[in-house]
Design a protein around this ligand. Structure first.
Ligand code: 8IG
Length: 269
């Protein structure tokens, strides 16, 4: 495997951005949104779809692997803002390597974006957060033991999740909760003991995405907004086992609220 994605990730991102511009007819985009579990149904509220592309038609993107994740990229116009909306993402647990996980973020930066909105569905550790509760990510614990950075790239992650953008979200939804997101490798959900461990370490949310993308986004100079949708209480907090259908249902139920929030954020960037 001597794919450009592995030998020169920025060059791979530049190739993908050029093809994206060609296929969408949009030369540059302003903001990228990555819609994770539960967020995809919100896409139609963000703005007017100008173009819809399969990631399979873009250089160095992996085909989608998870049900409920569409594997498409839309160019959406919201007023004067051009948004690039990824419907689904490549997860680290798919085993395609960290370069594949962060390729969308790097492509977004190469496409001109200055801001990225990383969304996910996750488990919540706060028992007052019912399924369908949106939470602003204030900070993260990267528990994957992986990094998208190579060599001695000593990047500062203080205020990784933009305080400015969190404040903006609160002008739209004043009661938005905020919390620390822990990324586990997955794909299995946590054991109850792992959920207790995450809580002791300072996590409020547990999921399988976002932190590696946020690190790559910071390296690329993007301002980052992280938004989680609590789709289930984390393992062991109720007597019930977790299931993927519950995740999808919480997303469908919260889609309108999430869509309105994302549309307002994009409009006010
Ligand atoms: I949706 O409870 C969703 N994704 N790790 N734990 C982890 N990932 C998740 C969970 C969860 N719910």
């Amino acid at each position: 495997m001597t794919d450009l994605l592995l030998t020169d990730p920025p060059a791979a991102a530049a190739e993908a951005a050029a093809e994206l511009a060609r296929l969408t007819g949009v030369e540059r985009h302003d903001v990228a949104l990555v819609l994770g579990s539960g967020w995809v149904p919100a896409v139609d509220l963000i703005g007017e779809t100008v173009a819809d592309v399969s990631v399979a038609d873009l250089p160095h993107f992996a085909p989608p692997a998870v049900e409920g994740h569409a594997g498409r990229v839309r160019s959406v116009r919201a007023g004067n803002t051009r948004a690039l909306v990824f419907l689904g993402r490549t997860h680290y647990y798919e085993g395609r390597g960290v370069e594949a996980v962060v390729h969308g973020v790097r492509t977004s930066a190469a496409a001109g974006c200055r801001t990225v909105v990383l969304t996910n569905g996750c488990g919540g550790l706060n028992p007052t957060w019912a399924p369908g509760t949106p939470v602003l990510i204030s900070d993260h614990l990267n528990l994957t033991a992986a990094s998208p950075l190579r060599g001695a790239t000593f990047i500062d992650l203080t205020d990784l999740y933009s305080a400015r953008l969190r404040t903006l979200c609160r002008t739209i939804e004043p009661d938005l909760a905020e919390g620390v997101y822990a990324q586990f490798r997955g794909p299995q959900y946590e054991t109850p003991a792992e959920v207790r461990m995450a809580g002791i370490l300072g996590a409020d949310l547990v999921g399988m995405s976002t932190t590696l993308e946020a690190i790559a986004a910071r390296e690329a100079g993007l301002e980052i907004l992280g938004l989680s949708l609590v789709t289930n209480l984390a393992a062991g907090m109720t007597g019930e086992p977790l299931n993927h259908e519950e995740v999808l249902e919480a997303g469908r139920a919260a889609a309108e609220r999430m869509g309105r929030l994302l549309a307002e954020v994009v409009a006010q960037l």
